[in-house]
Design a protein around this ligand. Structure first.
Ligand code: ATP
Ligand code: CA
Ligand code: CA
Length: 436
């Protein structure tokens, strides 16, 4: 589970799928954003907009390299969601479709979902199961309301819900969402926490091969880790987490986790540049292509002005409803990588795009946390009920991960609250434990 993807280019097995996804996004998002903004109606939540792409094109749909069908779900709702999350429409399209380059993480979870990063590493495309797709459409209004009421929600930020279908091919549903981890900072350790211990372990023996692996609850406990926040930040974090979990409980969702990426300020950022160039350019990860020279890449970084010009052009094209042309491919580093990912105004992104560890007296600690609740589209449906039944026969009922939503949420909140404390608190607790 290394967070270094494989570049998806024309030789990649999933190139056509990736190309079709991005073309569909480009056309449908610019189509919606070209129109004058208006308030949402109830009907907007139900909309499915279908486009048929082919080599010829027509007055509604520009030509594409391949034949495929694309469906855009609730486009106006997602336009408003992107605005609530303060994405700039032109930047969004540039990041995803400016160069038609993604990097593929493959399928890191058990679910079989595929993950793709946008070229600048800001966005993730996750393919989802049809049941998750239907479920997201069902809860979209509640989700939208929650995001409006809670701009600092820790839940995954959904920016689009789409489907591609190739001729005679199967239907692929996918969401576009935020990458919790910043393009510009090394993440030294990653944890995926559910508050369960059964099966929640990354085998530490494997760490040698994969030092950037996503660790789990048992690894966390073994390291006696804490989320070190002072009184105020802790309160902000836990209050928001409570509100988010209440929603998930009400909607019958379980199996989600808190994903935490930790940047260690002492270790700094030495790997970042090298890593990033590999992420963008090198298929397979550890070997750069033969003609690859990191210095030349840095020198070819486009100026900010150049990028602003491009964004302006794109904005104009969106406004004039002209199809956005496919950009030429080049090997330049997107300069968003250097610019950082501060999201001004969002509480949990206030410190270099994340949330910095804090002591009890409010002085800053040595780590920055990048965190959020992910994988929150699993409804406690029939499959989970069956799983619960089988696992329940053999294990302690409270420890298995397939609990009903209310219990799942309580266990989750208890666990996260339990490990969220200041360093001082953690020391006092350890002393009390030793004394007992
Ligand atoms: P499963 O259902 O087996 O848990 P899944 O396919 O639904 O797997 P997720 O749990 O959503 O996958 O994610 C798997 C891993 O991908 C996470 O542990 C994390 O390392 C990475 N990941 C997922 N979402 C994000 C995100 N928004 N930002 C950064 N990394 C992510
Ligand atoms: Ca998961
Ligand atoms: Ca999942």
């Amino acid at each position: 589970r290394v967070l270094v993807g494989t570049k998806v280019d024309e030789n990649h097995a999933n190139w056509v799928t990736a190309y079709n996804m991005l073309t569909g996004i480009r056309v449908s998002v610019s189509r919606t954003n070209a129109k004058l903004d208006r308030p949402l109606t109830d009907a907007d939540f139900e909309v499915k907009q279908k486009s048929t792409f082919d080599i010829a094109g027509n007055e509604l749909v520009p030509s594409a390299k391949y034949d495929f069908k694309f469906k855009d779900y609730a486009p106006w709702v997602f336009r408003h969601l992107r605005a609530l999350f303060r994405l700039d429409p032109a930047d969004y399209l540039m990041s995803l479709t400016g160069k038609y380059i993604l990097s593929e993480l493959g399928s890191p979870g058990k679910s079989g979902s595929f993950f793709y990063f946008s070229r600048d590493y800001k966005y993730i495309i996750k393919t989802i199961h049809h049941a998750e797709h239907k479920f997201l459409r069902k809860i979209l209004k509640d989700y939208y309301q929650h995001v409006s009421d809670n701009p600092n929600t820790l839940l995954s930020q959904f920016y689009g819900l789409h489907r591609v279908k190739m001729p005679y091919g199967k239907k692929i549903h996918f969401v576009v969402m935020n990458n919790l981890f910043p393009p510009h900072k090394d993440i030294h350790q990653t944890f995926d926490l559910k508050g369960s211990t059964i099966g929640r372990e990354y085998k530490e023996d494997d760490m040698e091969n994969n030092p950037k692996a996503t660790l789990k609850d048992l690894n966390w406990l073994r390291r006696k880790r804490h989320i070190e926040l002072g009184i105020q930040k802790k309160q902000l974090f836990l209050e928001q987490l409570h509100k988010d979990v209440r929603l998930l409980q009400r909607l019958g969702i379980m199996d989600y986790s808190l994903l935490i990426g930790i940047h260690d300020l002492q270790r700094g950022n030495e790997e970042n540049l090298r890593d990033k160039t590999l992420r963008v350019f090198s298929p397979g990860g550890d070997q750069a292509p033969e003609d690859f020279d990191p210095n030349s890449v840095l020198m070819r970084t486009p100026s900010k002005l150049e990028n602003q010009r491009k964004a302006r052009e794109l904005r104009q094209m969106i406004q004039s409803e002209k199809p956005v042309p496919m950009a030429e491919t080049s090997n330049r580093m997107p300069d968003e990588l250097e610019e950082g990912q501060n999201r001004p105004g969002f509480v949990f992104n206030q410190d270099d795009g994340g949330f910095r560890a804090t002591h009890e007296d409010n002085t800053p600690g040595d780590e920055i946390y990048y965190l959020g609740v992910i994988d929150c589209l699993t409804h406690y449906g029939i499959i989970k009920k069956i799983e619960h039944f089988w696992k329940g026969l053999s294990s302690d009922r409270n420890q298995i991960s397939a609990l009903p939503p209310y219990e799942y949420g309580e266990r989750f909140i208890n666990f996260i609250s339990g490990v969220t404390m200041s360093q001082e608190e953690a020391i006092r607790e350890a002393q009390a434990r030793d004394a007992a």
